[in-house]
Design a protein around this ligand. Sequence first.
Ligand SMILES: CC(C)(COP(=O)(O)OP(=O)(O)OC[C@H]1O[C@@H](n2cnc3c(N)ncnc32)[C@H](O)[C@@H]1OP(=O)(O)O)[C@@H](O)C(=O)NCCC(=O)NCCS
Length: 255
Amino acid sequence: MGERKDSLLLLPCLPHKQGQTHLSAWDKACSSLSLIIMYYFAVPCQTALQLKYSYITAIIFVIQLDKLFICRREGMEHLILIEPQIEYADDIWEFRREILEWDADIEDQFAGCMSLDVCKSAEEWIKICSLRKWEETCGKAGTAVPSHMYLAVRKNDNKVIGIIDLRHHINHPILGTWGGHCGYSVRPSERGKGYAKEMLRLNTQNAQKLRIQKLLITCNAKNIVSEKTILANGGVFENIIDVDGCTIKRYWISL
Ligand SMILES: CC(C)(COP(=O)(O)OP(=O)(O)OC[C@H]1O[C@@H](n2cnc3c(N)ncnc32)[C@H](O)[C@@H]1OP(=O)(O)O)[C@@H](O)C(=O)NCCC(=O)NCCS
């Protein structure tokens, strides 16, 4: 009977739901509580009962930790980069609305989204993106160098999580100094879940397909999150430059 009662303590460990991409507040509370119990009551165990509870709390903690890794892995595995398509028009527009609302005051608003801010509709932007891909047509779309735009779509719910671009080369005075090969934005409501890191990782695979050997990625020195994204993808710091009073850090990612 005592055994059964003890095993009831494990009930708070709800199983991982397929497609769950981050721990719920309940999961976090469970793992924190189990850690605290382990630390204060169970670790210095002297009696058999204390030992038993130390096992239970350790199991709860390990289950939650395992769930965290599953969440991370599933969230990442379900992110794909695809070229802008009309079926995502509504979601692209919703993405734009979020950025206009949440990022109004930030310098890097719409980074990597080239002209999404000034387009009148998602359909117009999608057309511009397709012109940008080719040397012959990119000038008409307002860019000197051909580039690909990608939507980062979460497969679980087919939601546009971010946008990232990839310039085919940087033989251009601005791109070669501070523009770099790519920029990226993550939907404000989906930030802090590792999506930017995964988007940049997936984009390095696209760059490899274009036979690019190393990527120049730059960030505003104040943009710590972007800098961490670059570092997490193996970015090697080269130097700092000043562009019209703005301090820009240059990093290279070898492919
Ligand atoms: C920069 C941006 C793309 C990051 O997206 P994100 O999905 O939130 O980033 P991630 O969750 O992948 O986190 C990347 C790194 O920053 C860290 N991070 C995330 N949010 C953070 C925060 N609020 N404070 C400090 N660090 C943070 C993460 O822990 C991770 O670092 P780690 O590998 O050392 O743990 C997003 O903030 C954005 O769209 N900003 C506006 C546009 C922009 O600045 N683009 C970059 C221009 S070059």
